[in-house]
Design a protein around this ligand. Structure first.
Ligand code: ARG
Length: 371
């Protein structure tokens, strides 16, 4: 959910998944070394390893459909909770584990299953990204100081760990999408604040201390109320919080106002290039009626606001989720937060707006929970 898939790894994974699905080769995943204090179950239809020793708890399971891995340190803190189960139908592959490489597995090193930051530097090359199907251009460094990156806490390089965006709305609070934090513990998440280029050390990186998902999110099966608050371990000193849109600006969408979305997400529906620098695109807000006409009456709820053009070509995309959709604030002195990147049908397609959580609907919930 948080780690970004690099295309080579993804392509390799798809081939492996397709191979497994077609030939049902059992246990084609990397074999795991026997570790002291482990119980090994080698059955006809599955393989399982459970290690419970002075270093903590480790569990590995695989069968011909996939594999699963989980580890805790001696204090019961989850080190990782991961797996790559493939679904025969659509070759689904869990992106969480795309960076996993068996060579990095070291059973003697507590939690040292990832070899961080060893990926080739040319993945950082942003030079051709201006050529994209979503109208994204590199943002002006520092011009959106509320923009934060949500990063997998296990990955020291934020370029590889980024999976979502977010907005600093108070020194110690980030507003993001609930779907960015599904099944996450606060210890899984860091936020990078005051940074333009993800792989740099600019700004600061602060662990999440508390995650508050909107209660309606789970109730609706993870479709509506896609909003979450995260309290940071300490107040940010880099970055500047953004004000929320005031209820008086609720009808901004009816006026076709130009909103702006920023993020480190991918460059097109089938264009899995991820920028190292922050990118953004300005997109007109559209009315609820137009949005419903495009995406379905039932799909669009009161808590959502849409942005897009009939001809397409201006949109956010995967990896931008949780990030800010901003509009000029009421007194014209800056920007206000109007939306949170939530979902869409196909990034940049004509008559298929991007859907954002409508911040005006949640100002009370935000105020009540921010303490
Ligand atoms: N759900 C996506 C994410 O997790 C965001 C998709 C936005 N799609 C769109 N067409 N605007 O990053």
């Amino acid at each position: 959910m948080f780690s970004k898939t690099k295309s080579t790894t993804l392509i390799a994974s798809i081939f492996l998944a397709a191979f497994l699905a077609f030939f049902a080769v059992p246990f084609a995943q990397p074999a795991h070394a026997q570790v002291d204090g482990c119980e090994i179950f080698e059955e006809a239809d599955y393989y399982m390893e459970i290690c419970d020793d002075a270093d903590g708890y480790y569990e590995y399971y695989e069968d011909d459909e996939g594999w699963y891995e989980y580890a805790e340190d001696i204090d019961g803190n989850v080190l990782f909770d991961d797996g790559g189960f493939w679904d025969d139908e659509d070759y689904f592959y869990d992106e969480d584990f795309a960076d996993y490489d068996d060579e990095d597995y070291d059973p003697n090193e507590d939690g040292g299953y990832y070899d961080e930051g060893t990926e080739p530097a040319d993945n950082y090359d942003d030079s051709d990204l201006a050529n994209n199907s979503l109208g994204k251009t590199e943002a002006t460094p520092g011009a959106q100081p509320w923009m934060v990156a949500q990063v997998d806490s296990r990955e020291s390089n934020a370029y590889y760990g980024q999976g979502c965006g977010g907005s600093l709305i108070a020194p110690q609070w980030v507003l993001t999408a609930a779907h960015c934090l599904e099944d996450a513990n606060a210890s899984d998440i860091d936020y990078v604040i005051g940074r333009h280029v993800l792989s740099s050390n600019e700004g600061e990186r602060i662990p999440a201390a508390q995650i508050i998902l909107h209660p309606g999110y789970a109730q609706t099966g993870g479709e509506d109320h896609d909003i979450a608050l995260v309290k940071l371990e300490r107040p940010a000193t880099a970055g500047t919080p953004i004000e929320l849109v005031t209820p008086a600006t609720t009808h901004l969408d009816e006026a076709g106002i130009l909103a702006r979305v920023t993020g480190w997400g991918q460059m097109g529906e089938n264009d899995e290039r991820y920028p190292d620098a922050l990118f953004g695109v300005s997109i007109p807000l559209i009315s609820q009626a137009t949005c419903k006409a495009q995406l379905g009456d039932d799909a669009i709820q009161a808590g959502e606001i849409c942005a897009g053009t009939p001809e397409g070509g201006k949109d956010s995309c995967y990896g931008d989720s949780g990030g800010p959709l901003t509009v000029p604030n009421a007194d014209g002195t800056g920007e206000a937060l109007a939306g949170v990147v939530s979902w869409g049908d196909e990034c940049g397609a004509p008559n298929s707006a991007g859907v954002y959580t409508r911040v005006t609907e949640y100002v009370d919930w935000i105020a009540q929970n921010m303490r």
